[in-house]
Design a protein around this ligand. Structure first.
Ligand code: HEM
Length: 510
């Protein structure tokens, strides 16, 4: 039966109003942010240095903002209260990871640790990392490797800056630190120093580097269509290239694993991660894929440590007062007749503050790694729907004038005035994140950065290249998840210890 015409508006209009009210009331209240465009969201408004762009938007829209990468909501928080809400109060609901198509391929859909969602597999491998790989006992057992590598760094800087044709010329500082990080991590994980004392890399080393470079290339090739699912047909996954890459990685890793199995049968277990994982395979029920994934995941620590040490050196050259004060401490505690060891750290509080201050101003992963909501969550009074990504701008948090006096000043003494933890217990300083997904390599990273800085400062005086003033050092950041200096730091190193014997590498065979 048709309704009489005059009755239609009297029923339809209130019904529409009711529906509209219900829609408005039920609609999630998302954090504010720049207006997204259809389909692409805010993708084309985001400036290349993302953490700076998000910081600028936070000044306009507030400390919690919505940013749309295509059709995916990304929530970025920029103060310590909200960081605490993300990483402590709501930690469990925000501990999944967004896997791009390439991350999904590389990690065999989260069979490692970095890209695994929070669940039984994650809890198991995290336990392996905490109790077995990064335990204080194993870190101590592997200390000789780290000390071998920092002394090798000192030796090569000494050689390069004292050659008659190079005296007074500047060096590219990062090259030396990258070598420490590379050798350290490959020795620690795979029990291999792929590079000999003349700097010549062996066949497996060449393969290792090629696999890492190829991985980065494959990952970058997909970026454009990552956020707009229906556009992906334009950028198909290069199935064959990924399969080849995976096979190459497996081949190299399995060959190294076999070498270790043979060596263990002959002479007992060693301390390298590959031995630990193979010995613990049954205890933790680890698949071969997981072992391979875990071993490669450790390469994540290479860049972050070298970058942190490079930023710290840039600050020390820009701030000669701080450099002199750190050297005064080293001269007083270590003196001119021996070299520093990690066991000296407790007696070098200023050096520790220098490393911490550098990580405050220049966290190498300024937006951490993105977390993903496994359920609908409220953050700062706003709704964050299940499946959204959540980023903590730890760079902005550590420069927040509400918590830091003269936040842009490089002043390590601030930590004598108030000791602020940087390993996830104080939400004002989060270079390693916090909570369930806090960086498992934090202590290793800190030891490596402090050790590099201590040796560099004890053995050498550092100055800007000839003709350049300290304040002219370019402190701009490169785009990317890991923040390199755009212009690699160059500096002049002058030896400051009289005993040339102290510039020799102290090699260990392990
Ligand atoms: C200065 C050095 C380092 C810094 C600043 C750093 C920082 C970070 C940050 C911010 C995260 C993300 C935390 C989160 O998602 O909440 C992370 C995760 C991670 N880091 Fe580090 N890291 C450093 C060194 C290392 C080293 C040396 C290793 C290993 C050898 C390592 C291995 C990892 C792994 C495996 C994860 C993923 C953890 C997970 O998803 O549960 N990192 N790191």
């Amino acid at each position: 039966m048709a309704l009489p015409f005059p009755l239609l508006p009297t029923i339809a209009i209130p019904s529409l109003l009711l529906l509209l009210t219900l829609y408005i009331l039920k609609r999630p209240k998302l954090p504010p942010g720049p207006r997204p465009w259809p389909i692409v969201g805010n993708l084309y408004q985001i400036k290349p240095i993302r953490f700076r762009c998000f910081y600028e938007w936070a000044q306009i829209y507030g400390p919690i903002i919505s940013v749309w990468f295509g059709s995916t909501l990304n929530v970025v928080v920029s103060n310590s209260d909200l960081a605490k809400e993300v990483l402590k109060d709501k930690d469990q609901l925000l501990a999944d990871r967004h896997r791009s198509r390439s991350a999904a391929r590389f990690s065999r859909d989260g069979k490692d640790l970095i890209w695994a969602d929070y669940g039984p597999h994650y809890v198991k491998v995290r336990k392996v990392c905490t109790l077995e790989l990064f335990s204080p006992r194993r870190l101590e057992a592997l200390r000789p490797i780290r000390e071998d590598e920092v002394t090798a760094m000192v030796e090569s800087i000494f050689r390069d800056c004292t050659q008659s044709d190079k005296r007074g010329k500047s060096l590219t500082v990062k090259n030396y630190m990258a070598a420490v990080a590379f050798n350290n991590i490959t020795r620690l994980a795979f029990g291999k120093r792929f590079v000999n004392s003349e700097g010549v890399i062996d066949e497996q080393g060449i393969e290792f580097k090629a696999i890492t470079t190829n991985g980065l290339k494959l990952g970058a090739s997909l970026a454009t269509a990552e956020h707009i699912p229906w556009l992906r047909w334009l950028f198909p996954l290069e199935e064959e290239a990924f399969a080849k890459h995976g096979a190459r990685r497996d081949r190299l890793t399995k060959a190294i694993m076999e070498e270790h199995t043979l060596a263990r049968e002959k002479g007992g277990a060693k301390q390298h991660f590959v031995d630990a994982l193979l010995t613990l395979q049954d205890k933790y029920d680890l698949s071969e894929d997981t072992i391979i994934g875990l071993l490669w995941m450790i390469t994540a620590g290479m860049d972050t440590t070298a970058i942190s040490a490079e930023w710290a050196m840039a600050e020390l050259i820009r701030n000669p007062r701080v450099q002199a004060k750190a050297q005064e401490e080293l001269d007083r505690v270590i003196g001119p007749n021996r070299i520093m060891s990690e066991t000296d750290f407790p007696s070098l509080p200023y050096l520790q503050c220098v490393a911490k201050e550098a990580l405050r101003l220049h966290p190498p992963t300024p937006l951490m790694l993105p977390h993903k909501a496994s359920a609908n969550v409220k953050l700062g009074g706003y709704d964050v729907p299940k499946g959204s990504n959540v980023h903590v701008n730890v760079w902005a948090v550590a420069r927040d004038p509400a918590h830091w006096c003269d936040p842009l000043e490089f002043r390590p003494e601030r930590f004598f005035e108030e000791d602020v933890d940087m390993k996830g217990h104080d939400f004002r300083l989060l270079p390693f994140g916090a909570g369930r997904r806090v960086c498992p390599g934090a202590q290793l990273g800190i030891n490596m950065v402090q050790s590099m800085l201590g040796h560099l400062l004890h053995h050498f005086e550092w100055a800007p290249p000839e003709g350049m003033k300290a304040e002219e050092i370019d402190m701009s950041e490169n785009p990317g998840m890991v923040t390199f200096m755009t212009v690699p730091l160059t500096a002049v190193a002058t030896p400051r210890l009289a005993d040339v014997g102290l510039y020799k590498r102290v090699p260990v065979d392990m």
